[in-house]
Design a protein. Structure first.
Length: 378
């Protein structure tokens, strides 16, 4: 099997060449900026790829057959994702840049545009968007692979659930141990899942791991969740909007995968799901030092409902914020990329935005910075 690292370095060589041959003037400052952004890209990609490397050691990592046929292995999926990243940056950055310049020149007659800063921020935003997409896709690949295991596709204790659902919010801790062991392996190998859930087709909780979360749950049926409805309606993997967990109160987005019967491979017997807590995303953004000392320059990741899930500003990362009313967010949710002006905390700010469309949902990356970085008044 071709290694993850080989895919990574092959793609890095191609990408660095494309950056150095791009159309910006190659003066000293521009070259320094490009080298800097190449390093940023390498760092983000390395984080994304090593993020799932530890999972390779799990014995069932080669389970790849889905209900619709045979999917590529996780390693091949990563390679494809990397190739998509290179094409995305090469094909979209210049077009977004040109569209933004034309739009702002039409709207701002008495201003001078700083094209290099706009293209730099557009590039950063697209790299971050692809990094977020990879983060979610990698998590989904882990759930998708393990959902094919026999111990997940067999549900032996449906009758017992009827007796323990109201008291234990699922089956007992020592019941269906095989399924619990798979969940525990995922949690120990893939740290950014805060919980693994198996639900029945009617939404009843069959089990949670850690078991302590099952006991603490304030609900016994998750049929009201958007991710449950998404899987039921489409028979496909789905990621839900950020919401508070019913068992911990933590903010999470749940990735849910349909589980089909071993007998006919078409009858849904349950839903296999994992909740992401986004703490790694916070740490990654903060380690890149995007936030300026005055707090004006800042990057946030936002769910489809406008809820912030990660923040480059350490002082604001634990604060619940909604960006649903921003023009930039509304455009990104429609699938658009670009730069616009928004009022944020009573300040007129320039916001570079890019959508992340993954698993039937859309997340958004917003890079907020002072207008003076982009537009200089005459």
């Amino acid at each position: 099997m071709i290694t993850i690292k080989k895919h990574f370095f092959d793609m890095m060589n191609k990408y660095k060449a494309s950056v150095l041959l791009s159309s910006l003037p190659l003066d000293t400052k521009a070259v320094q900026n490009k080298v800097g952004f190449t390093f940023l890209f390498i760092l983000l990609s390395f984080i994304s790829l090593t993020y799932i490397q530890n999972f390779d050691a799990i014995p069932y990592a080669n389970a790849t057959t889905t209900s619709s046929g045979t999917n590529p292995s996780l390693d091949e999926s990563i390679q494809q994702s990397q190739q998509d990243l290179q094409r995305t940056i090469e094909n979209q950055v210049q077009q977004t840049f040109n569209d933004t310049i034309n739009s702002m020149n039409q709207d701002k007659v008495n201003t001078t545009i700083n094209p290099e800063n706009i293209q730099n921020k557009t590039l950063i935003t697209k790299i971050l968007a692809k990094s977020l997409e990879n983060y979610i896709q990698n998590a989904g690949a882990v759930l998708n692979m393990t959902s094919q295991l026999q111990q997940i596709r067999v549900v032996p204790l449906g009758l017992m659930l009827n007796q323990t659902l109201t008291t234990l919010h699922g089956i007992p801790q020592d019941a269906d141990i095989e399924k619990r062991l798979v969940a525990q392996n995922i949690l120990s190998s893939y740290k950014d899942f805060q919980i693994i859930i198996f639900m029945m087709p009617n939404g009843d909780i069959y089990l949670d791991e850690p078991y302590s979360r099952q006991v603490m749950s304030t609900a016994t049926n998750l049929g009201f969740r958007d991710y449950f409805k998404g899987v039921i309606n489409t028979n496909e993997i789905y990621i839900g909007d950020p919401s508070q967990s019913v068992s911990s109160g933590q903010l999470q987005s749940v990735i849910a995968v349909p589980v089909f019967s071993l007998e006919d491979n078409s009858t849904m017997v349950g839903i296999w799901a994992g909740g992401l807590d986004f703490e790694t995303l916070n740490e990654e953004l903060q380690s890149l030092n995007f936030t300026s000392s005055d707090g004006d320059t800042r990057v946030v990741y936002v769910g489809h409902n406008g809820q912030k899930i990660a923040d480059s500003d350490m002082n604001k990362s634990t604060i619940h914020e909604s960006f649903a009313n921003l023009t930039s967010f509304k455009k990104a949710i429609k699938g658009q990329s670009g730069l616009t002006l928004d009022t944020i905390e009573n300040k007129n700010m320039a916001v570079t935005y890019d959508p992340v469309q993954v698993f039937q949902n859309t997340f958004v990356v917003l890079l907020m910075h002072p207008v003076s970085d982009t537009i200089k008044s005459n």
